[in-house]
Design a protein around this ligand. Structure first.
Ligand code: EPZ
Length: 430
């Protein structure tokens, strides 16, 4: 029979206690981009020389990726936001399922391992809270480059035939502009024999960051950031020092934090062209944005409902759909938000409804009628970005909210409550 102790233990999951309805002020500092740093860490496998990555965010996903590289024999140490990596003698090219399932980016090691060693054995990452997340485009691209790929028992076993064990350059056309598939094929092609191209490539800024790092290591890539990337294979790559770009999704989350609390804030550093679709929607819904030397100053006016449909870059990013919906829940009038990238990324809707939001969900389309004020409640996030959305909603709600889902949150936001409290929020972590 459960007793009071076991019941209270079950109830007291790690959570944030957020006192809502306080304006913020000053500046919110943006860390390095998680979704760039993770793939740049995978790219370190392409050379035996030293790589120094700077502006690496301190996140549990980065720790997870470090663990994975260490199991392969990579020499790695993190000093604050600097990551020293050297894949001099890779010895273990089979990754454990538990590590890969928990961190999809680890699957992106398959391209560099094939290019460097000619073999790799990586579990299929499997689905996650937001969708099935297949990797067929990754596998199709690697096969086109000449790799033998066998998928059974949930494991992808890949090898490069021939004495040279060198992939052969070729032209690949993606069925969908997959970020991960573009990155996997790019990293496999840089050491292939001859020229390759990727058409219908993902155009996200993280692809440009990866191409810049690879070119800094001696690769020959052009067109990254556009729909067609061309790669001239080279024999080997060397080490280099590289600074990770600022996290556009964290920056967008902070801009929405300013808008939802109706606070004038500076968010920095930001590369505005990484967020044009989001900046446009913030202006459309009533925010004034001033772009300064390294950031953006946002001054919210009366927030009105606007419609959003998530798209591949340069469209509105799926990773800011949940945070933006929290804002729309407090806007004047109606907004329609449609999720087109993932099949199951509306987990924040019932949680926002618990806070008094008026939302009707039909499949992956939400119709939101803004309310004057949300009311604080105990809520939880089902994935990284929906948990961030619940923190934003709590900042504007009347009363004290309890937000669970910190294991999700800490994957993608470094010291979120410290940053928000330094700008005037009142958040405690338990
Ligand atoms: C990256 O995931 C990001 N993760 C995601 O961020 C982000 O949401 C996504 O890109 C889209 O921008 C990292 O970079 C580590 P995709 P990725 O391959 O590469 C379908 C976050 O919150 N697809 O572009 O896995 C897939 O099912 C995370 O930081 C195929 O159909 O994204 C999805 O519906 C969440 N076949 C869509 O494409 C494939 O072979 C986008 O996936 C590959 C993908």
């Amino acid at each position: 029979m459960p007793n009071a102790a076991t019941i209270s233990k079950r109830i007291s999951k790690p959570h944030l206690e957020v006192q809502g309805n306080y304006a913020l002020s000053g500046e919110l500092k943006v860390s390095g981009a998680k979704n760039s740093a993770l793939v740049l860490m995978a790219a370190s496998l392409l050379t035996e020389e030293k790589l120094l990555l700077e502006n690496v965010p301190q996140l549990t996903d980065i720790e997870g990726m470090s663990e994975i590289l260490l199991t392969m024999g990579v020499n790695l140490r993190q000093e604050k936001d600097e990551l020293h990596i050297q894949a001099a003698d890779l010895h273990h090219v089979e990754l454990p399922y538990e590590l890969v399932h928990g961190l999809r980016a680890s699957f992106f090691c398959i391209g560099p391992l094939l290019a460097r060693l000619g073999r790799a054995k990586i579990p299929l990452p499997g689905g996650c809270e937001i969708g099935a997340r297949p990797v067929l485009e990754h596998i199709k691209g690697l096969k086109a480059l000449g790799a033998y790929i066998n998928v059974e028992h949930g494991v992808v076993t890949a090898s490069v035939p021939g004495t040279q064990k060198r992939l052969k350059g070729t032209d690949v056309v993606l069925d969908c502009p997959s970020v991960g598939a573009t990155e996997t094929i790019l990293m496999a092609a840089v050491l292939a024999e001859g020229q390759s191209s990727i058409e219908n490539a993902a155009q996200e800024p993280e692809i440009q960051d990866l191409a810049k790092l690879l070119n800094c290591m001696g690769a020959n890539i052009s067109g990254a950031g556009g729909p067609k990337i061309t790669i001239k294979g080279v024999k080997q790559l060397h080490g280099c020092n590289y600074t990770v770009m600022p996290d556009r999704i964290e920056a967008g989350t902070f801009l929405i934090a300013a808008a939802i609390t109706r606070s004038k804030l500076n968010v920095a550093p930001v590369i505005p062209e990484h967020l044009n679709a989001v900046l446009q929607k913030l202006r459309d819904c009533g925010c004034d944005l001033q772009i300064n030397e390294d950031g953006i100053e946002i001054t919210p006016g009366e927030i009105e409902g606007v419609d959003i449909t998530t798209q591949p870059f340069p469209g509105f990013p799926t990773d800011l759909q949940a945070p933006f919906m929290a804002l729309m829940a407090t806007a004047k009038g109606t907004s329609v938000i449609t999720e087109k990238i993932y099949e199951n990324r509306m987990k924040h809707v019932p949680e926002l409804q618990r806070m008094g939001a008026s939302i009707r969900l039909q499949g992956n389309t939400a119709v939101i009628e803004g309310v004057p004020q949300l009311s604080a409640a105990p809520v939880s996030g089902g994935d990284l970005r929906s948990t961030a959305a619940m923190v934003l909603a709590s900042l504007s709600a009347q009363g004290v909210s309890k937000v669970e889902g910190l294991t999700h949150l800490d994957r993608g936001y470094a010291a979120l409550e410290e940053k928000l409290n330094q700008a005037g929020a009142r958040i405690l972590r338990y």
